[in-house]
Write a protein that binds this ligand. Structure first.
Ligand code: AVJ
Length: 302
């Protein structure tokens, strides 16, 4: 983590890795974000999945193994677990062993017959799957438009890795946030209650605590920017003054107005996405969306 932070702050545009946003406090703040009136993705995707579940179930068929990339608390997963017939197993993959250990008994209580095989790992480098029934169809699940946090190279790495792991008759249920007006996007990433601002600034709280840095939390403000050229929302932390910060014995100078770029959240155009999917060996078999075309759930096949 120290190396990643030092490297990110050494560049001309300072950056910090967005995965560092999710410590225990950051994960709680993200949970709060998902309930905000301005943050449409979670509730929209949940509604789409609920409506699509019978059709997904029909297309997927009986006896599949469900593999979730970045499972977290497996909240949206329950929609699929309720709809899919005679699942041969559920494999939640997550970097947080704690989260996997906490979630398993809760799921097992509600799905007593379901074989649950948690795997600790980074979904970008899909870890080997536990050997369940080798003949069972494998279905990946990657909701939340988390794919939008990845750059092109990582998207291709992920899609190709999932294709390899899920096999020739594998399927992938993918949630993607769609391109839309900045009038909707900016409030979604800069809410009136300031929860997203706390989520972003918590990155500095974490670096202070875990790496002994001396960021002055009141000297940075949250900013949500729409980057039209790259079709993405960006989170930045803007330095409010000329200041310097020391981390791991290294000093970093900030000019007033200079930013640390902390997250990209890409917004997809489905026609453009098709080319990216094809490069990763996938194609769209079904497309589900909401009436406002805010978000989309895709069923991908090979
Ligand atoms: C969990 C990565 C999908 O990009 O919308 C929410 C994270 N950042 N508000 C997103 C997030 C600011 C979220 N993802």
């Amino acid at each position: 983590m120290l190396d990643d932070v030092l490297e990110g702050l050494a560049g001309r545009q300072k950056t910090l890795p967005s995965r560092l946003l999710y410590d225990a406090r950051g994960s709680d703040l993200f949970e709060d974000i998902t309930a905000l009136p301005e943050y449409y993705p979670t509730r929209t995707e949940t509604a789409i999945l609920t409506a699509a579940a019978p059709d997904l179930s029909r297309r997927i068929g009986e006896g599949a193994v469900l593999v979730e990339y970045g499972a977290g608390a497996s909240v949206k997963t329950r929609i699929l677990l309720d709809a899919l017939e005679a699942l041969a197993g559920y494999v939640p993959i997550d970097v947080s062993e704690d989260m996997l250990a906490k979630t398993k008994p809760l799921l097992q209580q509600d799905y007593p017959e379901l074989p649950i095989h948690p795997v600790v790992g980074n979904f970008l480098v899909p870890p080997p799957l536990p050997d369940i029934d080798p003949r069972a169809r494998r279905v990946g699940f990657f909701p939340g438009s988390t794919i939008g946090n990845l750059d092109d190279a990582d998207i291709e790495t992920f899609l190709a890795g999932a294709a390899e792991e899920l096999g020739p008759d594998g399927l992938l249920v993918l949630g993607v946030d769609l391109k839309k007006s900045p009038d909707i996007l900016i409030p979604a990433y800069d809410d009136a209650q300031g929860v997203t601002a706390d989520f972003n600034r918590n990155l500095l709280v974490r670096i202070n605590r875990e790496l002994g840095a001396d960021f002055d939390l009141d000297a940075f403000r949250h900013e949500a920017r729409w980057n039209e050229a790259d079709s993405r929302m960006e989170m930045h932390l803007v330095s409010l003054a000329d200041q310097s910060v020391t981390i791991g014995g290294k000093r970093f100078d900030f000019a007033a107005g200079e930013t640390i770029h902390t997250e990209n959240s890409r917004k997809f155009d489905l026609d453009e996405l098709d080319a990216v999917l094809a490069a990763g060996a996938w194609s769209r078999e079904a497309t589900y969306t909401d009436p406002g075309q805010l978000f989309s759930v895709l069923l991908l096949g090979r």
